[in-house]
Each structure stands twice: as C-alpha cells, then as structure tokens.
Write a protein that binds this ligand. Sequence first.
Ligand code: NAD
Ligand code: DAU
Length: 358
Amino acid sequence: MRSCKNLLVSGGAGFIGVNFIRLLLSPEHAFSGRIINVDALTYAGNLSSLEDIEARHGGKRYFFEPGDIGNPELVQSLFKQYEIDTVVHFAAESHVDRSIVGPEAFIKTNVLGTFTLLEAARQYWGTHPEGALFHHISTDEVYGSLGETGYFTETSPYDPRSPYSASKASSDHLVMAYHHTYGLPVTLSNCSNNYGPYQFPEKLIPLMILNMLSGKALPVYGDGKNIRDWLYVEDHAGALWTIITGGRIGEKYNIGGENEWENITLLHTLIDLVSCKTGIAADTIKGTVTFVKDRPGHDRRYAIDCSKLKRELGWKPSVDFETGLAKTVDWYLAHPQWIQQIQSGEYQKWLKKNYEAR
Ligand code: NAD
Ligand code: DAU
C-alpha cells in the first residue's frame, strides 16, 4: 500500500474536495499526514464547509493556501514549502450549463490550470519521482453520450460534447501524456454524477431541494428522460483514497454508483422524500414541475462500468440511493446558514441568466 505524507489537494473548498478532506481528517481514517488545500475560492468554493476542520487541524495537519492553480510561481512554491509527495487534483470549473454560457474559464482552469500543476510536479519531483503520485479527478462525461444500452469502460473512446467535458478530456490527455513522456507517476479516475452534502445548488439535486423548500418552479430540461448514474459523494471520496493508495501507476479507473435514474423519475422520488420530511404536500410540489428548453448538446445517458476498480482494488459503493438521498435532504434541511451564504448575489445572477431565457 502506497503511503503519503504531504498531500496537495487542489479545489478542496468545492463539493467533492470538501468531502474528501473531511474523510481523510476524520478520527477513524488511516491517513496520518498533512493536507494542503489550494483553492481560488470561485463562486463554487466555500471555506465555511471546512470551518471545523480549520479549527481542529489548522496549522498542524491542515493548511489552506488561497490561489489559482494557473499561477506557476504559487504552485511551484507550495511543492517546495510543504514537500509535496501527492497531488489530488479536483480544482476545476465543473458546471456544464456555465460552460455553455462562458467556456473561457473552463479552458483556463481545466486545461491551463492542470498543465501548470503538472509542470510544477514534474519540476519538483524531477528525475526521482519514486513514491510520488499525481492523481487527477475526471468525469464520465469525457466519454460522450450513450444510447439505451452499454456502459463506459476505461477503454471507451473519448467523445466530449460540451465545453466542460472537452476541457476535462483535454486535461485527462495532458495527465497521461506527462506520464508517457516524462515518467510522471499518475493515476486518473473518471466518475459519474455525485450527490450529497456541501454541493453547490446549481446542480440538479440541491437545486431541486432548495427550489422545493422555497416553493419555486422545478425546471426539468427537455423531456426529463436523460439518464445519469448517481454516486454518494463519500463513496467517491473513498474510491479516490483506494486508488491513491493502491492504484497502479499510469492506470485510469472508472468510478460509478451502478445506479441509473431518469431525471424525471429521480425528481418524483425526491419530491416524495422532501414532502415526507417537511410536511409540504407532495401534490403541491409536483404542481411546480416545469419542463423547460433543453440544454444544448444534452448528453442522453451516462452509465459507468466500474468493474476494474472493484476487481483490482476491492472497492464498491457502500451507500444505497435511498439512504444517500435521505441523508442529503436531511443535511440541506439542517444547514440553513450554509444555504443562506451560498445564495449570494452571484447565485441569484446565475439563476436569472440560466433559467429566465428557457
Ligand atoms: P466544484 O465546482 O464544487 O468545486 C470546484 C473547486 O475548485 C471550487 O472550490 C473552486 O473554488 C476551485 N477552483 C476553481 N477554479 C480554480 C482555480 N483556477 N484554482 C484553484 N481552485 C479553483 O466541483 P466538484 O463538483 O467538487 O468537482 C471536483 C472535481 O471532480 C472536478 O474536477 C470535476 O470535474 C470532477 N467531477 C465532478 C463530479 C460531480 O458530480 N460533481 C463528477 C465527476 C467528476
Ligand atoms: O457525470 C459527471 C458530471 O456530473 C460531472 O462531471 C459534472 O461536474 C457534474 O456537474 C455533473 O454533470 P451533469 O450535467 O450530469 O449534472 P447536472 O446536475 O447539471 O444535471 C444532471 C441532469 O439534470 C442533466 O441531465 C441535466 C438535468 N438538469 C439539470 C439542471 C441543473 C435539469 O433537468 N434541470 C436543471 O435545472
């Protein structure tokens, strides 16, 4: 099993990064080293999600370093200052709809930012990268869109169809190229849709929960029959740790929930759950479901074959969808302050821009 002492987490103030850091710094976890979280705190980054971690571990096992991964001086200095042996690269622009409205930020962070981080790792680890690892977190969206049958495997051809997925595909290729060309020790994972606590409410599940709570319309793109494969975020975090400590260098691993849902069916399940937990009548909420103009280039179906990860490293999802959704709704109901902070002017502007024109 690979060990790591000084972990540079990029984008650790975002949804999955927060859950990953919380997992590794939980008392029962095997990790005993330090985490250095570099994050530019875009609209999606939120330090309040890590307040308790900062209070307990700040300056000892947890260090926050504000900044852009596209800044070479900054990232080079972090490698030296903290003697980084492992990079866990989450930082990205991550929302497909935003990539349609404004693709430039996606190229800057996802392509150039990844390049800058790779260069810093290559320079710092030099010709003796033994024991080091650059783990890149990617998405199933790089594989494109499936029809009614079939699954994405690690050898499925790349066929990205949005500026977001094209920028992630580009970063995946750069990571593999740095391995083949320079011998950089890398692993790469492509995961399906995550849900759970701390997710920014521009994504389907938290957006719908918050709209239900405030009596707003529930906007369903197109015919609502697009299919996604949902994984509880803590299971993703666990899979990442499994790959970082046990994955083969130069390999990519698919991660998925084996849990496909049509958007409209998922929404009805979520409505029943929110109704049950809040007492708001399900029929009242159902009356707010609104079919709106489809997302351009909307991928029809994603489905991940994660048998390689299960077979080679013994990982499997541990949270079933019913439990995970209930935990997620409970979390949003219990954290009104977190929600209030998130629903800033910027969030309101985004809702206006994305939904008023539909
Ligand atoms: P997120 O949007 O919630 O968080 C992204 C984080 O990156 C934020 O904290 C943001 O401030 C930071 N960031 C953005 N640009 C930066 C820059 N230039 N420099 C430093 N920090 C920057 O994203 P997420 O949902 O947590 O996704 C994390 C990673 O996982 C992404 O690479 C995404 O492509 C991938 N992924 C996400 C999902 C999903 O369902 N959310 C599924 C598969 C893969
Ligand atoms: O598959 C992994 C990807 O999952 C990640 O790489 C992305 O970072 C993450 O954002 C997510 O992408 P999706 O586009 O699948 O997620 P989103 O939550 O935006 O949408 C899920 C589905 O719900 C999709 O079919 C579009 C639909 N949708 C979404 C929104 C926001 C709606 O019908 N209405 C909405 O308002």
